[in-house]
Design a protein. Structure first.
Length: 168
């Protein structure tokens, strides 16, 4: 299995394992004022890892730099837990009751889509229709790296939430 595919499978497995560590009711407990519930965090990750098949099928161009060049910068920013980030509006989770099964099915769909992309596309191509503010345009490989790094950031948040709500 290619390294990127293994990373996708391993990261989504870790996220699913963390999701499954919450009971249905714990999933929807606000751990402290101003915080998202675990369900909202997972929904945010679903929203932020969706839409990649459409993005990859859009306009692309041959990349004139290393196709993974920006991954280290993504990791440096998103794995710095001292920085509080604001989510863009379009990936904000609703203030709602979430179901573990529904969240798990959505994660499975997103994981499958990312794995399909690794089989169907040249990961070194630069996507032209969308960019991350401050980073410019990403290759398909960098977008996948972004998704995986973003999940890792929020796994840390889910761990903190679980310490506050599980067995309370």
């Amino acid at each position: 299995m290619r390294t990127i595919q293994k990373s996708i499978v391993d990261t989504f497995k870790e996220l699913n394992d963390k999701l499954n560590s919450f009971s249905e009711s714990e999933l929807n407990i606000v751990p402290f004022e101003g915080s998202w519930t675990a369900g909202q965090v997972v929904k945010h990750l679903i929203l932020s890892s969706a839409g990649f098949p459409e993005m990859c099928a859009g306009k692309t161009e041959k990349t004139t730099r290393e196709p993974d060049e920006k991954i280290k910068d993504i990791e440096a920013l998103f794995l710095n837990f001292d920085i509080k980030m604001e989510s863009p509006e379009f990936i904000l989770p609703a203030n709602a009751e979430y179901s573990k099964n529904s969240l798990a099915l959505s994660l499975l769909k997103n994981e499958k889509e990312l794995l399909d992309i690794t089989d169907r596309y040249d990961l070194s191509l630069t996507i032209l229709d969308f960019e991350l503010p401050g980073f410019g345009k990403f290759t398909i490989l960098e977008w996948i790296g972004f998704v995986l790094t973003h999940i890792k950031r929020h796994l840390s948040q889910l761990q903190s939430i679980s310490k506050m709500v599980i067995n309370q």
